[in-house]
Write a protein that binds this ligand. Structure first.
Ligand code: CAA
Length: 404
């Protein structure tokens, strides 16, 4: 049986962030750069810094547990787990397998990891929608988790665009937050060398200015495909009241919004006039956390819902996902009736409040420790953070050990 008449979408979401962050103004001073270049030029304020025990598995587990708790989700209702990440912890064992254990999920469950730079989470979300639409879900829900630690070399141009965090999305056939539109998406792909991470490196390699151009080209291609599909199915592509973008740094969302406006026949001044209403509410969480790669678009969505879910009920939101290399998708969803009070219950921004500012020497020491963390014996770990959070303790006979 195919459940084609079902409304499918994001039922609930939750975020997890490391407990430490760096003020970008502090980083600018340390690197001999005017703070205005980072804060205004790139549109970044803070970046989350993951300690070695806050690895992508621990962040993913924290976001998922928070999702289950705040949205009253029974883990036994999960039948599919897809983890999108480009900072995986193993070449074979997926983060999703660790999650399955840490979350106590049912054995009748499909679990795997999806990789395509920052696009992996969206690939998971689209697959989860298809899984439900095909009838394979049989009443069960999908858990899609985006988790990453964005690292560039210390002192590089990419350094101020780092960050870390996870976003967990529950995808169901009765979404309480955002009903998506299965089949109405616009894809774009092209083989480009804008950003990648060779297997032997922990830091990403990037051709920064090319990556910005590739992102904007992909936006044009994906939007064009989406617009055409929307018209084919009788939808008005201009019926969008808010726009969320992949946000490697805030300024790129502004550039994206101008680029999209130009494609739609509007001048820069008109794009700038609509920016504060259509885009700015989605940038508060990203400006607190930095780039979270796969989760970046969904951190922006969380920020938007946290700010405006109630007033947006019934409104349509445009979403742009970009993964270097590259693959991109434009799609949209409608904010559901009741999303306002439900979002309040989810307290999406709460994890941002309980954090500590790191001094630059602490940040640099964490980065040095991070390089060795994957080889450190579990028994040697002494700094595993607050007790209620999942922590990566180290390795034992090449096995990663977690404190649940
Ligand atoms: N006061 C105010 N603004 C200033 C300034 C000052 N003193 N000095 C410079 N600026 C402005 C510049 O005018 C510029 O603004 P515009 O882009 O509007 O012209 C902005 O600050 C940045 O300056 P530069 O272009 O000189 O910055 P840079 O060359 O040092 O690096 C970057 C910028 C290329 C984005 C770099 O940070 C980088 O490589 N980041 C990582 C790659 C990335 O995030 N790419 C995004 C697209 S790829 C993607 O989306 C996938 C992903 O997640 C990685």
């Amino acid at each position: 049986m195919k459940d084609q008449d079902l409304s499918i979408g994001i039922d609930a979401l939750a975020i997890a962030v490391p407990e430490g962050f760096v003020e970008l103004a502090d980083l600018a001073v340390a690197r001999g750069v005017p703070p205005a270049k980072y804060v205004e030029g790139l549109g970044v304020r803070r970046m989350a810094v993951a300690k070695p025990h806050e690895d992508p598995v621990a962040l993913a587990a924290d976001a998922s547990r928070r999702l289950f708790r705040t949205a009253d989700v029974d883990p036994s209702s999960i039948g599919l787990v897809v983890v999108g990440t480009e900072t995986a912890v193993d070449h074979s064992k997926p983060v999703a397998a660790y999650l399955h254990g840490l979350l106590g999920l049912p054995s009748r469950c499909r679990v795997y990891e999806a990789k395509h730079a920052c696009f992996g989470g969206t690939a998971g979300l689209l697959t989860a929608m298809d899984w439900i639409a095909s009838g394979s879900a049989r009443g069960r829900s999908a858990l899609v988790v985006c988790t990453d630690i964005a690292r560039y070399a210390l002192g590089s141009a990419g350094e101020p665009t780092q960050g870390a965090g996870a976003v967990a999305l529950l995808v169901t056939s009765s979404p309480r937050l955002l009903a998506l539109e299965p089949g109405v998406t616009g894809s774009y792909a092209r083989d480009v060398a804008d950003f990648w991470r060779p297997l032997y490196k922990k830091d990403a390699v990037v051709d920064g200015h090319l990556s910005v151009q590739c992102y904007l080209d992909a936006l044009a291609g994906a939007y064009d495909a989406w617009e055409e599909t929307s018209r084919e199915v009788g939808q008005d592509p201009d019926d969008v009241v808010r726009r969320c973008y992949h946000v490697p740094y805030g300024k790129l969302a502004r550039k994206a919004h101008r680029h999209l406006a130009a494609l739609r026949g509007f001048a820069d001044a008109e794009a700038d006039a609509s920016f504060d209403i259509e885009v700015a509410p989605s940038l508060r969480f990203p400006s607190e956390v930095g780039n979270v790669y796969t989760g970046s678009l969904y951190l922006a969505l969380a920020s938007l819902l946290d700010a405006e879910a109630e007033q947006l009920e019934g409104g349509r939101v445009g979403l742009f996902s970009y993964g270097s290399g590259c693959c991109a998708e434009y799609f949209a969803g409608r904010v559901q009736p009741g999303a306002g009070p439900f979002t309040e219950k989810l307290a999406l921004g709460a994890p941002l409040a309980a954090r500590k500012r790191l001094e630059l020497p602490e940040y640099e020491a964490i980065r040095r420790g991070d390089v060795e963390a994957d080889q450190r014996p579990a028994a040697a770990t002494d700094d595993a953070g607050a007790l209620e959070r999942v922590a990566f303790l180290g390795v034992d006979s090449d096995r990663r050990v977690y404190r649940a």
